[in-house]
Design a protein around this ligand. Structure first.
Ligand SMILES: Cc1cc2nc3c(=O)[nH]c(=O)nc-3n(C[C@H](O)[C@H](O)[C@H](O)COP(=O)(O)OP(=O)(O)OC[C@H]3O[C@@H](n4cnc5c(N)ncnc54)[C@H](O)[C@@H]3O)c2cc1C
Length: 459
């Protein structure tokens, strides 16, 4: 019996007790009428007739109870809901977001997808995600514009080159296409890079990962939201979780290790539920604290910027770990730049001048020809950084409280596989093999999964 069905029996009485204090409606919303299917023929037909597209997902009243409550409407929360419904038939699920869907890192990232990580655990995990990205447009019936254009990680020092060789070998052993290439090959793949020996930080080689690329992040979020909604999941925007109700734990108010989740409190009333999943990335520790669970995570801002569009000249993604910068070019011709996280903990998502200055000098060290390009805008998002640059996934010492957090600067690419494995975890009450290495307990056991060499700037 799954943890969800086992918990269902006790749920209804908990729901009644909790709802009595809140006055929730208790009425289920309208079930989904079949949503419009996106297709070229549909586009032409609607263009010709002037009919508008229907809303992509429903707005429903909040219920008093659900089998599963997912906090966070980013790619992780939405993908978990989608796979719960699609792979396991669990549809009494609510995704709650304090803002709009995709308002966190999922709508702010630079959308780089790759699987050339450093550890065997990381590579196997991210490679499954890449496979899911390959079929996503068909699976979700939305054009996610996944472009496998190749990913280059530059080496400017002997030490960096050694790490690239190490990564290439581990990747090959895991069946992932990665290899070290020389400056002449780099120049062919990424015109505009200064590969001469006169460069301020000469390029000695690069790790080349042909399957890597970029995707349209908004479409991924909308695709999972629409797919989950279509299968009966409820999506509640502007619904902030303000507390998690835990009983029987060691800490104050019965929270903490040994306790069991019975519900959540929100700005729109209380909800009874036996399962709460924390998918809140930059806010992960604030939400885990509500259940009395301590996470080894700090929140850092990460900034990015985009230029005006120019003729497409850069067919690959280019990353320089040493210079703390990476760049890709969108189909519209804009250059998208990113860097490493700001060096302080903060919940602010404002851009800073320091970032722009540093970014410009590092980009020009790599690509002097860009000196006349103008930045259109810059922005920031929050990153939930763990000590080993690997996520925290699965069960916690509080029964019914699961985490899918610690996504740092690299979690967008992991959305599909995280959703798939978290859904399996909830439905089967077992930790899937693929995410076992990322358990919270690894920090107490001293079994870290060190990915810094492949995740610090690589995204
Ligand atoms: C500038 C930038 C560039 C990046 N580039 C890449 C990249 O190229 N490739 C890559 O793989 N990753 C990248 N990342 C990282 C990636 O964006 C994140 O790891 C990923 O989007 C996390 O997704 P998520 O669904 O876990 O969280 P989010 O998308 O952050 O969603 C969390 C949600 O939780 C909600 N929430 C928080 N607290 C509460 C509460 N109390 N109640 C209800 N809701 C709450 C928030 O409103 C938010 O919508 C980048 C991040 C940034 C900021």
């Amino acid at each position: 019996m799954s943890v969800v069905s086992a918990a269902r029996s006790g749920l209804r009485s908990a729901a009644a007790a909790l709802a009595a204090t809140t006055g929730g409606s208790g009425e289920r919303g309208p079930k989904r009428s079949r949503p419009a299917r996106y297709s070229a023929a549909g586009l032409i037909a609607r263009g010709a007739s002037g009919r508008t597209w229907p809303r992509a997902w429903r707005e429903l009243p909040l219920q008093r109870s659900y089998d599963v409550v997912i906090i966070g409407g980013g790619v992780h929360g939405l993908a978990t809901a989608y796979y719960l419904a699609t792979n396991h038939g669990i549809t009494d699920v609510a995704v709650l977001d304090k803002s709009y869907l995709g308002s966190g890192g999922s709508g702010r990232n630079t959308a780089i997808i790759r699987s050339n990580y450093l550890t065997p655990e990381g590579i196997a995990f991210y490679d499954r995600s890449l496979q899911l990205y390959r079929t996503m447009a068909v699976d979700l019936n939305i054009n996610v514009m996944f472009s496998q254009r190749g990913h280059l990680t530059l080496a400017h020092t002997d030490a960096a080159l050694r790490t690239m060789r190490w990564r290439a070998e581990v990747n090959k052993l895991q069946g992932v296409d990665s290899r070290v290439i020389d400056p002449a090959t780099i120049e062919r793949l990424a015109p505009g890079l200064d590969v001469s020996s006169r460069a301020r930080y000469p390029i000695l080689g690069a790790l080349y990962h042909p399957p890597g690329g970029i995707v349209r992040h908004d479409a991924v979020v909308w695709g999972y939201a629409r797919g989950a909604d279509r299968r009966g999941v409820e999506l509640h925007q502007r619904t902030e979780v303000t507390d998690i109700v835990v009983e029987g734990g060691d800490g104050p108010d019965g929270k903490g290790p040994g306790g069991r989740v019975t519900g959540v409190r929100t700005n729109r009333g209380d909800i009874a539920t036996p399962i709460v999943v924390n998918c809140t990335a930059g806010w992960a520790t604030l939400v885990a604290d509500m259940a009395g669970v301590e996470l080894p995570i700090s929140t850092r801002p990460l900034q990015a910027a985009v230029t005006e569009p120019v003729k497409v000249f850069l067919p690959t993604v280019v990353v320089s770990g040493s210079l703390h910068v990476y760049v890709s070019q969108t189909d519209r011709g804009e250059l998208v730049f990113g860097a490493s996280v700001d060096p302080y903990n903060n919940y602010s998502v404002r851009g800073s001048l320091e970032f722009t200055e540093e970014l410009a000098s590092h980009v020009l060290a790599l690509m002097p020809g860009l000196s006349k390009m103008r930045l259109l805008r810059q922005w920031a998002g929050l990153c939930d950084m763990t000590p080993d640059y690997s996520p925290v996934m699965g069960f916690t010492p509080v029964g019914g409280f699961l985490c899918d957090v610690g996504w740092g600067t690299y979690g967008f690419k992991a959305g599909p596989v995280s959703g798939e494995t978290m859904a399996e975890c909830i439905a089967t009450d077992q930790t899937p093999k693929l995410i076992a290495p990322f358990a919270l307990s690894r920090f107490a056991a001293g079994r870290l999964v060190g990915e810094k060499g492949a995740a610090a700037v690589g995204h």
